[in-house]
Ligand binder design. Structure first.
Ligand SMILES: Cc1cc2nc3c(=O)[nH]c(=O)nc-3n(C[C@H](O)[C@H](O)[C@H](O)COP(=O)(O)OP(=O)(O)OC[C@H]3O[C@@H](n4cnc5c(N)ncnc54)[C@H](O)[C@@H]3O)c2cc1C
Length: 457
């Protein structure tokens, strides 16, 4: 239900939203937005959602033409919780006149750009969203929580502060681009004149600069690394620009899509994963990387086909693909105008220097305990590594008032970043907030049993 405070705040002022909301959401990415769309029809939920960004924008640096999302369209913001929701992807297609073309297209997988467009369409209909609000802190204030946000202008400058109060806070602040230490230091040390060292999240704005650099090295093993390699290679070959791809993984491994494996993206498997020791979760998480950190099989084959086509007639394709190879050190050779990466082969243990004029770190994202929680001190549960200790119902405090969305990969496993699981998790959080199950929560979705069944089941 939309009863939030007025959206605009005069410059350099302080706005105090005295109302105590049932929930204050921080972060309006797909998961925060899903929470807002599922809260909207609920009469007993007074909610407000804050985001530092000027509006919804999903991974603009990787909005590659033709790229699709990697989950079926049913994994939209709401359908798995409420198939009748007016915020569904099908409703979006109907209202934008795209339902029949989508039907004829016969693909379960919307374009990435279309998913972004769909989320913007939902955001435009919700009056509980407040953009250009960067949350600075969450603190206790009597029985409820006080959320303090800086109000930003179009340049991102702070022009005011706002206070919002809520019985519950839902953190949907997403994850941060992560570079391995060697590349992070190189990126930090690189001055304006040095050739680019970027994270894949910044790819599209840097594409032309990369192609003009003469040589580019992509570091990483996942979908983003493969998409950038595929997107650059043809134009680069035409311009004589080298594109090298280095990955620590023993091979370019495909994401696994087999149905019984996909059943691991389920409440039951999450129960099992959450029940394991921190140590076991840690190693299992690494073992399960193929489930969602690999490359789609079609893209791997598409890349081979492109290499096959470009090398016709003995043509030399200016590229090297290296597996089982880690970047262990990096430095900038200003005189040569090049970056020098130290490569080490995992099996052979051999090392050599690799010179390149630009680097793309497609090395993933990390969730971290946001600093805005600091004022809550010991109220926030942490594990032995200082990470958020997220309970099965997605709360991080014993009062069960602070909930997280997509900050629980280390406690809940593969479901955390999965768009297909967002609506289920939101339903669990709304159940906790309302004390009733506004959206039916499936406890069992898999045909297989994870763990041993009770005796004589
Ligand atoms: C290129 C790419 C493609 C992906 N494709 C898929 C896919 O096809 N299928 C799939 O299942 N998953 C996919 N993922 C994984 C995952 O679903 C996405 O990363 C998704 O965006 C995560 O959503 P989120 O809401 O957790 O975080 P984000 O999308 O990162 O949103 C977090 C929001 O929080 C805001 N925020 C952060 N801190 C503050 C603060 N202090 N105050 C206010 N606002 C704040 C940010 O501005 C941001 O808008 C993809 C990931 C990437 C990088």
């Amino acid at each position: 239900m939309s009863t939030a405070a007025p959206s605009t705040v005069p410059a350099t002022s302080h706005a105090d939203d005295a109302r105590i909301h049932d929930l204050v959401g921080i972060g309006i990415g797909p998961f925060g937005l899903g929470m807002a769309a599922l809260s909207e029809p609920l009469e007993d939920v007074d909610a407000i959602f804050l985001d530092q960004a000027p509006g919804f924008s999903w991974h603009p640096g990787m909005m590659l033409d033709g790229a699709t999302i990697q989950v079926p369209f049913l994994a939209d913001l709401v359908t798995m919780a409420d198939p009748t929701s007016r915020f569904s992807f099908l409703q979006f297609l109907k209202e934008t006149g795209r339902l029949y073309p989508f039907y004829i297209r016969e693909s379960f997988y919307p374009l990435r750009s279309e998913y972004d467009r769909y989320c913007r369409w939902v955001a435009e209909q919700l009056d509980t969203l407040r953009w250009r609000r960067r949350v600075r802190s969450v603190q206790e204030e009597g029985e409820h929580l006080l959320v303090v946000a800086d109000v930003l202008d179009a340049e991102g400058e702070i022009v005011g502060t706002e206070e919002h109060r809520g019985r519950h806070v839902v953190l949907g602040v997403g994850t941060r681009p992560a570079l391995p230490p060697a590349l992070a230091e190189l990126a930090e040390a690189a001055d304006q004149s040095a050739p680019p060292v970027i994270h894949s999240s910044q790819y599209l704005p840097a594409r032309e600069q990369l192609l003009d650099a003469g040589s580019v090295t992509i570091v990483g093993s996942g979908q983003s690394a493969a998409e950038i390699y595929r997107d650059l290679l043809e134009d680069a070959a035409a311009r004589g620009t080298r594109v090298d791809w280095v990955t620590r993984s023993p091979r370019f491994f495909p994401m696994e899509y087999t149905k019984l494996t996909l059943e691991m993206t389920s409440p039951e498997y999450t129960d099992l994963f959450r029940s394991l020791s921190e140590e076991r979760r840690e190693s299992l998480g690494r073992e399960q990387r193929t489930l969602y950190k690999g490359i789609s099989g079609d893209l791997i084959d598409d890349i081979h086909e492109l290499l096959y086509r470009l090398s016709q007639g003995g043509a030399e394709v200016p590229t090297t693909l290296l597996t089982d190879t880690a970047v262990t050190a990096a430095r900038h050779d200003a005189e040569a105008g090049e970056h020098v990466l130290t490569l080490e082969h995992g099996e052979l243990g051999t090392r050599r220097e690799h010179r390149t004029r630009a680097v793309v770190g497609a090395t993933g994202y990390r969730s971290s305990a946001p600093a805005l929680l600091a004022p809550l001190g010991g109220r926030i549960r942490r594990d032995s590594r200082g990470r958020l200790d997220v309970s099965r119902d997605y709360t991080i405090d014993d009062q069960q008032r602070i909930h997280v969305l997509n900050a629980e990969e280390h406690t809940h496993g593969v479901t955390a970043p999965d768009l297909g699981f967002g609506a289920w998790r939101a339903s669990v959080v709304l159940d906790a907030i309302t004390g009733r199950e506004p959206y039916p929560i499936e406890r069992r979705i898999a045909f297989q049993t994870f763990g041993l069944p009770a005796d004589d089941a």
